[in-house]
Design a protein. Sequence first.
Length: 393
Amino acid sequence: MKPEDLKTISASFGTPAYVFDLDELSARAAAIRNILDPRIGLCYSIKANPFLVPAMDRLIGLLEVCSPGELEICIRNQVKPEHILLSGVTKTEADVERALQVGVRLLTCESLYHAELINQAAERHGLTIPVLLRLTAGSQFGMVATVLEQIIQSRSQYSHLDIKGIHYFSGTQRKKLQDQRKELLFLADYCDHLHQDLGFDVEKIEYGTGLYFPYFENEDRSDTLAPIRELAPDLAALAEKVSLTIEMGRFFASSCGTFLTSVVDTKCNKGQWYAILDGGIHQINYYGGSMGMRTPVITRLTGPDNPEMTETATWMLCGSLCTTADVIVRAYPTASLSRGDVLAFHNCGAYSVTEAPALFLSRDMPAILLYENGNVHEVRSIRPSWTLNTEAL
């Protein structure tokens, strides 16, 4: 979107608001698809931004769901059950029952308990359910190889599971592609081990790439697709051995989001200029932001000159929360900020809308706007949060 588009949107819908550009999202998804070997499948992890579910369902066709609530979001958006992978470190009997009831037919097993739980639910439904066994990368997610291999060796006991392969993810925002390359080689070798030593052929691997997206001003953003382009040959090599799907959320969605917020007050305290915004850290959150020490990409959209300032100064941009932690940017060079100025924070299409502490101080939740083909659709108006922070009336 151009600055004039964002200016018009802020005037029409007010602030604070998130604007998600579906044209940008579509173009980025198509570019990623064109970079990769056509044998490689794509999966969108909806935790990055659930408001993109309808668009990503059209563009990608496989959505990773990690909670009962995310499953209900997909159901509400009429996502076909065959487009859903039910993942997540926590699964209850009710969660699995609901998934099978609505037709989900691909699940991950994060533990021995998950294998037993899914097998029992599938037996009750008279089904055989395809599953991916999640191999841990050293965190609380997934299983160590000995437990995973125990399930494979005992697969006759899980007669209602169709073990398709492996799910693997080790982290996000990883700059050093040699880490991903080592993981891909490891997965290829591990498939060979399972075949040779356990007589088990891995059909599918879902791999979370954890590719880096540059959020801040001092970073090179000339080609944000460079990581997937550089890793493409390594991904293609694994796709020669198994059916490979790569899961991404942040790398798909970051560039499509803009957060619009207005200056509601200005002051100079002990030589430091402050701008108080109607948004804050409960609404805008960049991975690696570190208390505002790094400056994201910001466009100033509007605002008259402040008669008290005629030269560029370094402003601290603070939100509307009553905590010293609510610093979005510590050093933003600009002149003449005043009440009514609108700032656009870019590259917040992933996680900000859900990951920030939205309920703190019971402030209203921003509007959610989708921009596509020159049109703006409000999918959530500004909504009060105080009702969630008090007893039911």
